[in-house]
Write a protein that binds this ligand. Sequence first.
Ligand SMILES: [Fe+2]
Length: 174
Amino acid sequence: MGFTYEQFVADAREAAGQAEPDLAVKALLEQTLADPAAVAAAVPERHEDEIRLFQDDTVSIWSCRFQPEVVMPPHEHKMRVWVGVYRGVEVSTLYRRDPEGLTVTATHATAPGQVLGLADDVIHAVTAQGPEPSEALHVYLGPLTDVERDLFDWESGAALPFTMDRFSAMQRPR
Ligand SMILES: [Fe+2]
């Protein structure tokens, strides 16, 4: 059967409920994205960049598109996240907070068919590489919109409570 959001949500919920949710979610994404072109062809046409497919206390499942001309601001999740890309290249820049501000510690470019895991204390900014938007399935091991988490000022690194409005307002050109 081809890819559907409904089946992926069912499978991701099942994976997140297993004894080793990290391994199960990673394996599910690797298996789902073994043919990324098939997933890209099967996903419904989208109008929003961020689509929440499901959330409960153990898992939050999103379909996320990032635009190449802007970078979404540094933020934390306070939970594990697994990212599986099916179109374009999603670029995560990881930061460490220092007294002077934010210092880049790593950059990950995740291409179609690849899966990236981020630790629960990661701070990252996200964009798409090249001329095309990236599209990915994001599976967070917790109730993402129910936890208090922060965004971080690009210059000072100062923490600000995360809201979707602020997340949009703080984006900057790549
Ligand atoms: Fe993120």
